[in-house]
Design a protein around this ligand. Structure first.
Ligand code: IMP
Ligand code: MG
Length: 187
């Protein structure tokens, strides 16, 4: 029996807009196994610290570190979000600072998606006063066609077209983060 607030999984209707499946749960998990293996090899003998960017990265971060087979630590920072919109306001603010001491540490910044690159660019500037041993960026998704800032993404889950996506941590006006796969706005 369909309940009123239950999410139908073949199509997601948000007002007049429709989101359709793009990357399945299974495909995400297969890719995370590869990424986790690669990171474990690259950081062999080191103790990396994964820094998740809230809120979007929380599910990706959890599933990613479950695929990492070396010792690691985690921390989170929080940036201001898009609010209710599908397009970035162009402003980023820091809403929650890091708690870990990152000096001399191997840092892996974990993002749900790199769109314009503004957020990653902002984080890299925040880290400038510190002296980490290394800094790499891992993003589940990138939209290469919409990059505006020069940022290097070291680990990429999937490159996607310049379209708005939801699910698996990614929201639309704070909702749909709990979807197990990724959905794209259909035109
Ligand atoms: P950037 O600063 O323009 O690179 O945007 C990065 C942030 O914007 C991500 O961490 C997401 O929170 C959000 N974002 C960008 N594209 C999307 C999208 O397609 N769906 C949901 N959130 C997005
Ligand atoms: Mg985000």
């Amino acid at each position: 029996m369909a309940k009123e607030n239950e999410i139908k999984l073949d199509e997601i209707h948000v007002g007049n807009e429709v989101f359709v499946p793009m990357i399945s749960e299974e495909k995400i998990q297969l890719r995370l196994a590869e990424l986790g293996k690669q990171i474990s090899e690259d950081y062999q003998g080191k103790l990396p610290i994964f820094i998740g960017v809230l809120n979007g990265s929380f599910i990706f971060m959890a599933d990613l570190v479950k695929n990492v087979s070396i010792n690691c630590e985690i921390d989170f920072m929080k940036l201001s979000s898009y609010g209710e919109a599908k397009i970035s306001s162009g402003n980023v603010r820091l809403l929650k600072e890091l708690n870990a001491d990152i000096n001399e540490r191997h840092i892996i910044i974990v993002e749900d998606i790199v769109d314009s690159g503004l957020s990653i660019n902002y984080i890299e500037k925040l880290l400038e006063p510190y002296t980490p041993a290394s800094v790499k960026v891992c993003s589940l998704l990138t939209k290469p066609d919409s990059l505006k800032y020069q940022v290097k993404i070291d680990y990429i889950g999937f490159e996607i077209p310049n379209k708005f996506v939801i699910g698996y941590g990614l929201d639309y006006a704070q909702k749909y983060r709990n979807l197990r796969s990724i959905y794209v706005l259909s035109e």
